[in-house]
Design a protein around this ligand. Sequence first.
Ligand SMILES: [Zn+2]
Length: 154
Amino acid sequence: MACFLFPSIMNEKPKKSGYEKRNRILKKLGFRDYAEYLQSELWSEIRQKVIQDSRGSCRICGNRKSLQVHHKKYTLLNLSGKRTRGLVVLCNGCHYSAEFKNGEKRTLPEVQKVFKRTLRKKIDAEESMKETRRKLRDGYRNGSLLPDRIPFYF
Ligand SMILES: [Zn+2]
C-alpha cells in the first residue's frame, strides 16, 4: 500500500512511457512482455516479411546493412501480424537515433515525433532533388541551359 501511494505522496505522476497500450495488446496475444515478443517466431516472420517488402533498405538513409523493423505505432493488427501497416525498415543507426537520446530510451510520443520529423526532412530533400533535376532537364530541352552550363555534379 505504501508503495502504491508513494507517487502521490511525492506529488509526482508515475512517468508515462506511452508503451502501456502496446503491453496490454501483447498480454492479450499471450506474451509476457515485449522482450518475449521480440524473441518469438511470430515477430521473426513479421520482420522478414517487412524487410522483403521494403526491398531491403533503410527508409531514412538507404543503408542495406543491419536492418531492423521499427514500429511507427503499435496496433493489434501489426503486433499480431495480420497487417504490416505502421512498420518501417530502418538501419541500426537510424533506429537507435529514433528510439534513444543520449543513451536514454525516449517515450513513445517522443519516438513518434522524432521519426516523423526525420522522415519529413528526408522526403523534403528527395523532392528538392527531383525539382532540381527537373529544372535542369527542362532547361536543357528548351535551350535556356546549355550543356556546358550544367553543374559538373549532375
Ligand atoms: Zn538508416
